[in-house]
Design a protein. Structure first.
Length: 198
């Protein structure tokens, strides 16, 4: 049982309660407004781009679920790897590196470079002419892209926090991890509250 696993390693019961609430909140469907009442900004996409975009959103949700499952299983390194490799900025680049057989050291160096660019420039592509990227964000309005950058950027503090819990499983580190997961889910909710696609 998840609660037993957390109490065995000395984590406070409050952490278990917070995780349970977080998991329940992520699992609950958002209220659905009728189409004629939906005031969110409509992003109209061609059918092929819309289908690719919705598939990407489902992958993000699956990845988030995998992160939460890894945390619940006490596999904090796996949670960190999923977050930074499958959810971080330039995650497609990292996936291609994995497919080509890049070493963990090469992937870690690429992630470090991507994080440094994002921290310095606010994007993982600071060169002139970039900023819309090669991903699906290039088809989205500026505000949507900004929310996407925020979402993908939350993967790194989450990975750092997961590794910190793995190294030192304290109540303080576990709280930081829960906060990092919460930051990611807040970015999801924020985007879904503002935009809809068709």
């Amino acid at each position: 049982m998840i609660a037993d696993r957390f109490t065995r390693v000395g984590r406070p019961q409050a952490g278990v309660a917070i995780l349970a609430v977080l998991l329940a909140a992520v699992a609950l469907p958002a209220p659905v407004a009728r189409a004629d009442e939906d005031t969110r900004e409509l992003v109209e996409l061609s059918p092929d781009i819309r289908d690719r975009f919705l598939a990407e959103m489902r992958r993000d949700f699956t990845n988030l679920n995998d992160v939460i499952a890894a945390i619940a299983a006490g596999d904090y390194e796996d949670a960190a790897r999923i977050a930074e490799r499958r959810m971080g900025l330039a995650h497609r680049r990292i996936e291609r590196m994995e497919q080509r057989g890049a070493s963990d050291a090469e992937i870690a160096a690429a992630i470090k470079e991507i994080r440094a660019m994002a921290e310095e420039h606010g994007t993982d592509m600071p060169m002139p002419g970039h900023g819309r990227g090669m991903g699906l964000g290039r088809f989205m309005p500026e505000g949507f892209r900004a929310l996407g950058m925020t979402f993908h950027s939350t993967a790194y503090p989450l990975a750092d926090a997961a590794r910190a819990v793995g190294a030192t499983p304290s109540g303080e580190n576990f709280q930081k991890l829960l906060s990092a997961v919460g930051d990611m889910t807040v970015s999801c909710v924020g985007c879904h509250e503002v935009y809809r696609v068709r």
